[in-house]
Ligand binder design. Structure first.
Ligand code: NDP
Length: 265
């Protein structure tokens, strides 16, 4: 049975929810999950010792260190300590290099989920103009690598971009990952575009309740675009599915078994 170890450091409520939902998904898919927690004031040396033990643990095929880490901990140092073959988030520098080099790697889960969604509605994306709004290491940049590999013409928009709406209006494929509630609306979307909304933003209501919205104004996008993903329920579940996918791939590779899943293109 493939095995996934999750490492949760600190007491961030959202991180706790994410880790729990990942463990539940593992159970449903027949993947063993091992949960490890550390207090918010954990020392870097303790975390590195845990990672090294998990690297050696034969039951563990994938290791997920839930981000963000508490402030003061060096995220790069923790990620670099992972065995790249068990790095099911695809954040290790070796896997990032392989991704940009077009080699077999463990591909970051959210970008992988976006590509699967995209291929579902648009099997042939070669030559399409793709704009990714947001250039984070976990979403925007790896997604740009996948889109380049898929022969799209790719632009990365970020907080310093001049007139981002004008750039987005040219996009056949528009992917939003900025963490700004419903920032992308009417004037940003080309008629007939495919819009993928990665953003997950908690918006408070005057009565004290809260609800989740994406980075895209879903109503506007529904009127203008050919297809748009909802929030919640669009990219989020794909991210978890791709984590399970990476765990199975890592397990097969570690055991020298043929890979049962086609590569993401
Ligand atoms: P980060 O905060 O790490 O990065 C945000 C990026 O957006 C940065 O590159 C920033 O630019 C850019 N940005 C911010 N504001 C603007 C703006 N007004 N115009 C253009 N670019 C802007 O965020 P993440 O990538 O981690 O997450 C983005 C969103 O996706 C969040 O809502 C997060 O919750 C969600 N998310 C969802 C996942 C899922 O499974 N559905 C998984 C991961 C994230 P600059 O680099 O210049 O600062």
């Amino acid at each position: 049975m493939p095995g996934l170890a999750t490492v949760l450091i600190g007491d961030d409520p959202a991180s706790r929810v994410y880790v729990r939902s990942k463990s539940r998904a593992c159970a449903a898919a027949g993947i063993a999950s091992f949960e490890f927690t550390k207090p918010p004031d954990a020392r870097l040396s303790d975390i590195l010792s845990l990672v090294e033990a998990l690297n050696r643990d034969e039951r563990v095929d994938g290791i997920l260190v839930q981000l963000p880490l508490p402030s003061g901990l060096d995220t790069r140092c923790v990620i670099a300590a992972l065995d790249p073959g068990k790095d099911v988030d695809g954040f290790h520098p070796v896997n990032i290099g392989r991704l940009w080099g077009g080699e077999t790697s463990l591909v970051p889960c959210t970008p992988q989920g976006c590509m699967i969604l995209l291929r579902h509605v648009l099997p042939d994306i070669a030559g399409a103009t793709a704009v990714v709004v947001g250039r984070s290491h976990i979403v925007g940049r790896p997604l740009a690598a996948l889109l380049v590999a898929a022969d799209c013409t790719v632009t990365l928009v970020h907080s310093k971009t001049r007139d981002p709406a004008a750039i987005c209006r040219h996009a056949d494929i528009l992917i939003a990952a900025i963490g700004r509630p419903q920032a992308i609306g009417d004037g940003w979307i080309k008629p007939g575009a495919i819009v993928i909304d990665v953003g997950i933003n908690r918006v408070a209501e005057p009565d004290g309740t809260a609800h989740l919205v994406g980075d895209v104004d879903f109503g506007a996008a529904s009127r203008i675009a050919a297809a748009v993903t909802p929030v919640p329920g669009g990219v989020g579940p794909m991210t978890i599915a791709c984590l399970l996918r990476n765990t199975v791939l890592a397990a097969c590779r570690r055991r020298g078994l043929p890979e049962p899943l086609a590569p993401i293109q």
